[in-house]
Each structure stands twice: as structure tokens, then as C-alpha cells.
Design a protein around this ligand. Structure first.
Ligand code: AMP
Length: 301
């Protein structure tokens, strides 16, 4: 069952209490696609600039990602982001962001992608998200992610997008920014009034909350002591969740909760190393082992 994603592909520089990584591969779409590919093949629609270095290309070929929709655009520059984690690694500051090709049009969607049934609009300019959305009017499930930059600077486009998606994934501070509501359950309910049928509020090391038209559910994070770089945790969570949904085809609330468990566990691996290094060194059997541990941990009845 076919899964398609658009979002950012970027060159990241990361400062963390655990070290520093300069000009490494990042971006919401590549983290998402790599994580989702452990469950389902993924089709990618995204652009990088002519400056994109060949040595960052290897991860694109290491996962089950269809690259027909990836464009290296002459005359454009790649998206760049520099972030800094504070002592409490739940806190992150953006030191610099250069949108570059993210502010331009999306590449054309390859003909072979037209039958995609599951669509993920990973964090990127809401203009690009709307562009992809408009091309998949009859998809089974369309889910978007977003962040503070767009909530603050592209509010109207984002509200337009929210009217057209089935689900939204965002973190707790973004839910507060979007709704003015600190309680994530109430914030989630306010977002449901804006259009989506469900909202996942990610709370970093405190897990994730699902607010759904049919009720609400909370999942803890997998207890992790080995946190090196939280970058991409949200995107790999989304990837695991949507990869699981695309594989099993269950879009009910119960299906989404199981899919969130998959997202939680794959995200817990991603944060063990910088950039995509841990995902590159991961296989499905290792993920399933941790998923089993996680399920056993939750067996509270
Ligand atoms: P996460 O840690 O899940 O929020 O995702 C971090 C990734 O998002 C990094 O690899 C960045 O390149 C990317 N990113 C940061 N800011 C933006 C933005 N405004 N739009 C799209 N992607 C972004």
C-alpha cells in the first residue's frame, strides 16, 4: 500500500551537549522516509539545490525509498538549518535557517506515484504541503506535520492546509502556539475544530498523545538513557507511524495507536547517534525486539 512524502531535505549543523555535527544530512522528509521504509516502501517528492554534496547522497540509496520525485535543481541552493540543544535536550534553539529551495515550487509528481494512498506532508513550507495535497484528492489518509516557523509566519496557509488533512502531528510547544492552550488535550481538541480528524501531540521524552474524534490515548516514550542527538525524533516518529499504517491499512483509532508505538520505538533508535547514522545501522529485527520490550512494558492490565 503506497506511501508518499514531501518535506525538507537539508544540510544540518547541530550543536549538542554531546558534541557537534557539521554539514550533515537532515531534513524532515529524509528522516521520515528512512524510518517509514522499515515497514513500507516510500515515494519521495522533494528538491535539493545544485550545491547538494555528493557525499551526503549515500543514505538515499540505503533505504527502500523511491527517488523518482527527488530533484537536484540547477540555480537553487539546498535548505540549511543550524540548531542548538541546551543542557535539557528537550530544549532546542534554531540558530539559523536558510529556506532556499524550500520556498520554491515542488518538483512534479511522477506519473507512477499517482496511485499513492497514504500521504505524509512532513514539516516544510505549507505552500509545498498544499501543492502535494491538492494532487491526492482521493487518498485514504493524509497527515501533516508543522513547526513554529510556519505557525508564526504562514498562519493563513497552514489553516487552509488543516481544513484539508485527516491528521496533524506536532509537538506540545507548537500545539500551544497554534491554539494558545497549554493543556495538550484541550489544544488537541481545538485543532480538531480546525479540520483534522485526529492530532498527535509529541512530547519528546514524555511520549505522545493522540486526540481523536473517537477519544484520546497517550503513549510513553521508550525509556532511553543514550540520547546523543534528538534531531529528527519527530520525523522518525511520523515515519514509523505512517509506515506501519501503510503496511497494515488500519486507519482506525486502535490502528493509529499501534502505529504510534512503531513510531515511538524507531524514534528511540534515531536519537542514539547524529544525523541518520543510527538508522543506517538498523534492521527490522532489532526494531521488533525493542517493540516487544515496549509492548511488555505497557502490559498494565
Ligand atoms: P525534528 O527534530 O523532528 O523537529 O526535525 C529536525 C529536522 O527538521 C532537521 O533535520 C532540519 O533540517 C529540519 N527542519 C528544521 N527547520 C525546518 C523548517 N522550518 N522546515 C522544514 N524542515 C526543517
Amino acid at each position: 500500500m503506497s506511501l508518499i512524502v514531501t518535506g525538507s531535505i537539508g544540510i544540518d549543523t547541530i550543536h549538542a551537549p554531546t558534541g557537534r555535527a557539521d554539514a550533515v544530512l537532515g531534513g524532515s522528509a529524509i528522516y521520515f522516509a528512512a524510518a517509514a521504509s522499515f515497514w513500507s516502501p516510500v515515494r519521495l517528492v522533494a528538491a535539493v539545490g545544485e550545491d547538494f554534496p555528493a557525499e551526503l547522497e549515500a543514505p538515499f540509496h540505503a533505504f527502500d525509498i523511491d527517488l523518482a520525485g527527488l530533484e537536484k535543481r540547477e540555480g537553487s541552493q539546498t535548505f540549511r538549518w543550524t540548531g542548538k540543544y541546551l543542557e535539557d535536550m528537550n530544549d532546542r534553539e534554531t540558530l539559523s535557517v536558510e529556506l532556499n529551495v524550500l520556498a520554491e515550487e515542488l518538483p512534479p509528481v511522477p506519473e507512477a506515484y499517482r496511485d499513492s494512498r497514504f500521504v505524509f506532508l512532513a514539516n516544510t513550507h505549507p505552500g509545498g504541503q498544499l501543492e502535494l495535497r491538492s494532487q491526492f484528492g482521493r487518498a485514504e489518509l493524509v497527515v501533516a506535520d508543522t513547526m513554529d516557523l510556519w505557525i508564526e509566519n504562514e498562519r493563513a496557509l497552514l489553516e487552509d492546509l488543516l481544513r484539508q488533512v485527516d491528521g496533524l502531528v506536532l509537538n506540545d510547544s507548537e500545539a500551544l502556539l497554534l491554539t494558545g492552550e497549554r493543556n495538550p488535550v484541550i489544544a488537541g481538541r481545538k485543532i480538531l475544530e480546525m479540520g483534522p480528524g485526529f492530532v498527535v501531540v509529541k512530547k519528546g521524552e514524555h511520549g505522545a498523545l493522540l486526540v481523536h474524534r473517537d477519544g484520546a490515548a497517550a503513549l510513553p516514550a521508550f525509556p532511553a538513557a543514550d540520547v546523543v542527538d534528538p534531531t529528527g525524533a519527530g520525523d522518525t516518529f511520523g515515519g514509523g507511524m505512517m509506515g506501519h499504517v501503510a503496511k497494515h491499512g488500519d486507519t482506525s483509532m486502535a490502528g493509529l495507536v499501534k502505529a504510534m508505538a512503531a513510531g515511538t520505538v524507531v524514534a528511540s533508535f534515531n536519537i542514539e547517534k547524529f544525523s541518520l547514522d543510527r538508522l543506517l545501522d538498523l534492521d527490522r529485527a532489532t526494531i521488533d525486539q525493542r517493540l516487544k520490550q515496549y509492548a511488555a512494558m505497557l502490559n498494565v492490565a
